[in-house]
Design a protein around this ligand. Structure first.
Ligand code: C2E
Ligand code: CA
Ligand code: CA
Length: 519
């Protein structure tokens, strides 16, 4: 790539010498050479004509008109190391944007991000990921034209700057993005594996850049790529100013979340779980709630996605675990018999290689035995995971003595092999199977099937979302071991649990007590 110019006045007035330099780098102007030579002959005689005819081409050559203009050094990398990096492409873009008033040519910047980059890393490891990136870079280079520049970005994506061009429209740029996606769509063979990747692409046309600088244009393309990633897989988005506003709002929300976690405004509420045979409390599930000063109580569905996106899942996990273990200690001290507390673990937390060690340390700190903690893991996580760390963690937690609860069972296609491999102790039958189980024959068949499978595998069972006495009665009759739902108690703040437990002890007989079916 021709090194970008380094005049400091981006977007401002270009110095006369700079302008002259730019004109001298346009070889097409030499079509006027015969006319200029004639004028020189007419004005100054033969000598003047000779000087013009020979001197002008030499002058153009010195100015770089015949060099390979905007072609890039970075187009055909032997490996990823051969690609340009962010500073290079920023400078390249800077140069084009700075000269646009003279050349009339602008550029478009694309940012390419792989969908499910984490999954690729989890499944195939770092070496394969690097190889996939290198092959993808080659394919992108092959799909581009001479003069375009490809750069590698820090997070495993790519940025592309198109060579300066006079006419650019949205439709044409969408076509370029589609071409780039197609270039990456065919499988990549590495050893015996065929790996499929897809990508989301964001782009910003030079004239739409918030500021006429390379950094701003690249940043705008990145904002568009992030938006595409959220709407992916395989989405394409052009930058609009509304996107920047949305990002600012998200950044503000992230700061608000961090503060809420630090200042204890996000903490768990506790929902009771009841043993169907005895009516006794078998545990409480800790469910995150945000106590917001203005908006009141915010349920997790409204902030968990933002927590995940902001990379705060582990921090949330620590906060909830701390409160859950502290609650057990308080109940113990008050002489209230609560066997265990269930805590939901996200896949981000389960990817921490030191999770088992961290949990053991926390349990020791509270002087609690591991069986007091139930680790709730979504069936989708167990069904999909090929991640060695997650596999190792779940086994390590089970070995430590924590109960493993398979959450939302029935929604995630976990195989029997995986249920065994992860030493699952109990399945939590998803609410969608429980609703109207007493009225709907199909529901009954499904729940009954799940319960007999669990019985054969020696697993305990809990039905979630029990709302009516009829549902409870049917579940008990079908042989479900534990129940949880609004019928017994909604998730409540810790301070409300003590009186709830005492009331439950006092009125145990008043609760619907239905003997379980003998199978
Ligand atoms: P989940 O683990 O399946 O939790 C059960 C959800 O069902 C809770 O919603 C609970 O309030 C609701 N529920 C309980 N009984 C009934 C009922 O009888 N009827 C109905 N309609 N709903 C009932 P919540 O608290 O809004 O939590 C939603 C999801 O958010 C949870 O689903 C869990 O996946 C996630 N979550 C909650 N807290 C945490 C947390 O601390 N960490 C992580 N990673 N995820 C959490
Ligand atoms: Ca749960
Ligand atoms: Ca659940």
């Amino acid at each position: 790539m021709q090194k970008p110019q380094h005049t400091a006045d981006y977007g401002g007035k270009l110095r006369l010498s700079t302008r002259l330099g730019l004109y001298l780098r346009r070889p097409e102007l030499l079509v006027f050479l015969p006319a200029l030579s004639l004028i020189a002959f007419w004005a100054g005689g033969e000598g003047a004509m000779m000087i013009t005819a020979l001197g002008l081409p030499v002058l153009f050559a010195f100015a770089g008109a015949f060099r390979d203009g905007d072609k890039t050094d970075f187009r055909l990398p032997d490996s990823l190391g051969g690609l340009a990096l962010r500073p290079h492409i920023t400078k390249f873009l800077d140069g084009i944007l700075r000269d646009v008033s003279v050349t009339g040519k602008s550029t478009t910047c694309f940012v390419i991000q792989f969908d499910d980059a984490d999954v690729l890393l989890d499944r195939h490891g770092r070496a394969v990921q690097t190889e996939v990136l290198a092959r993808s870079a080659e394919r992108l280079c092959a799909a581009l034209r001479e003069g375009d520049t490809v750069a590698r970005l820090e997070g495993g994506g790519f940025a592309i700057a198109l060579a300066p061009m006079r006419r650019m429209d949205l439709e044409g740029m969408i076509q370029v993005a589609t071409r780039l996606q197609a270039a990456l769509a065919s499988p990549i063979s590495i050893d015996a594996a065929r790996i499929y990747v897809s990508c989301s692409i964001g782009f910003c046309l030079g004239p739409k850049s918030p500021l006429p600088t390379g950094a701003s244009l690249l940043d705008a393309a990145q904002v568009a790529a992030d938006d595409a990633g959220r709407n992916g897989p395989g989405a394409i988005r052009a930058y609009t100013s509304g996107m920047a506003r949305k990002r600012a709002d998200r950044d503000a929300f992230r700061s608000e979340l961090e503060l809420a976690l630090d200042e204890g405004h996000i903490r768990p509420h506790f929902q009771p779980q009841i043993c169907t045979d005895t009516g006794a409390i078998s545990g409480f599930e800790a469910l995150a709630r945000w106590h917001h000063a203005e908006r009141g109580l915010i349920p997790p569905a409204e902030f968990l996605p933002a927590i995940e996106e902001a990379g705060l899942s582990e921090r949330l996990g620590e906060v909830i675990l701390y409160h859950a273990l502290a609650a057990l200690v308080h109940w113990d001290k008050a002489g209230l018999h609560v066997p265990n507390v269930g805590v939901n673990f996200s896949s981000a937390e389960l990817r921490n290689p030191r999770l088992a060690e961290k949990l053991k340390w926390e349990l020791d700190r509270f002087d609690l035995t591991p069986d007091r903690l139930c680790v709730e893991i979504l069936e989708t996580v167990i069904a999909e995971t090929d991640n060695d760390v997650i596999v190792h963690n779940i086994s390590a937690l089970a070995k430590l003595g924590c109960g493993i609860d398979l959450d939302d069972f029935g929604t995630g296609h976990a195989s029997i092999t995986n249920i065994r491999r992860f030493a699952v102790r109990r399945i939590k039958i998803d609410r969608s199977f429980v609703t109207k189980v007493d009225e709907d024959r199909e529901q009954q068949k499904l729940v009954s099937g799940i319960l007999s499978l669990a019985e054969r595998m020696g697993l305990e069972t809990l039905a979630e979302g029990v709302e009516t006495k009829g549902e409870h009665a049917m579940l008990a009759q079908l042989g479900c071991g534990h129940v949880q739902g609004f019928l017994f108690g909604r998730p409540m703040p810790f301070d409300a649990t003590q009186s709830w437990i005492l009331e439950q002890h006092a009125h145990r007989s008043a609760l619907p007590m239905i003997g379980s079916r003998t199978r």
